[in-house]
Design a protein around this ligand. Structure first.
Ligand SMILES: [Zn+2]
Length: 280
């Protein structure tokens, strides 16, 4: 599969497809069974029975690994964000050959925070996740959306919503490395490219960049949120997670006593230094 096909398609895009696309008459037709349910701790995993379609359904070892990874990832997210999300989350795992029609992608998935549910494609080859140092069938990105909206409320702001998920996964998309291993592409790789191509987005462009392409936007939103975490501490950034982007600048000023725009010089300088490919 071409490298570019591995870029994940995320929730807002897919939600639009579901709302306005082929499922217009019954927006939840994609939930139709049969499903086999496997539960462990916080995760309820719904998978297709063996031989349900021509593509593979996950076997029992793969199911065990998915449950183990997702529960461990929830701990990672809680520790990272200093929160205590302890809800039950549902994961519906579609076989590869049915996923595009039912959930609008066959390389990733999306979440519905209100339903505490994730809809995701099962690919029989796991992907190596450098930050988490595991091979995994489902990454951590979508679970960040679920855990964060579980604790803070449903998000209203692309920069924060995607920024949190990409900051914690420290990656966007995937590539095949020189050993033939499918590997998540770390933010650093994207950022070095955007610094050298002079495509850095300012905090202001990130805040109002609802229309910017994912590939340009996601790694930079993740990097910026990560920078905010280091600068102000995660607890204080959590306080403005829920803020609608139209009220964000005011909320930021109230919480931090400085204008959001005033971060621009320092942040761009950080990126230029941190992600310069000519760094000594
Ligand atoms: Zn996302």
């Amino acid at each position: 599969m071409a490298i570019s096909n591995w870029y994940m398609k995320y929730w807002h895009f897919i939600t639009l497809l579901l709302l306005f696309g082929c499922n217009r008459h019954d927006p939840f037709a994609f939930l139709e069974g049969p499903w086999d349910l496997h539960t462990s701790d916080n995760i309820e995993l719904y998978v297709r029975p063996i031989d349900f379609t021509n593509s593979e359904s996950p076997d029992s070892l793969q199911i065990d690994l998915i449950l183990k990874n997702q529960n461990a990832f929830l701990d990672t997210i809680n520790n990272w964000l200093n929160i205590e999300s302890d809800s039950k989350f549902k994961i519906f795992l579609y076989n590869e050959d049915e996923a595009l029609e039912l959930i609008g992608t066959n390389t990733g998935g999306f979440v519905n925070g209100k339903r505490k549910s994730m809809y995701y494609t099962f690919l029989s080859k796991p992907v190596y996740h450098p930050r988490l140092d595991v091979f995994t069938y489902i990454g951590i990105h979508e679970l960040v959306h679920l855990a964060a909206s579980d604790v803070f409320g449903l998000p209203n702001n692309r920069m924060v919503n995607e920024g949190y998920a990409v900051a914690i996964s420290d990656s966007y998309g995937a590539h095949i490395d020189q050993n033939g291993i499918i590997k998540r592409t770390q933010n650093r790789i994207w950022m070095e490219r955007y610094v050298s191509e002079k495509k850095l987005l300012t905090p202001n462009e990130l805040l109002y960049g609802n229309e910017l392409p994912e590939k340009l936007y996601y790694p930079q939103a993740g990097t910026f949120i990560n920078w905010l975490f280091s600068k102000f501490g995660v607890d204080r950034i959590n306080k403005i997670y829920y803020t609608d982007y139209t009220n964000f600048e005011r909320a930021f000023q109230e919480e931090f006593g400085i204008e959001f725009n005033s971060l621009e010089t320092e942040y761009l300088k950080y990126c230029a230094e941190e992600f310069s490919v000519n760094k000594p």
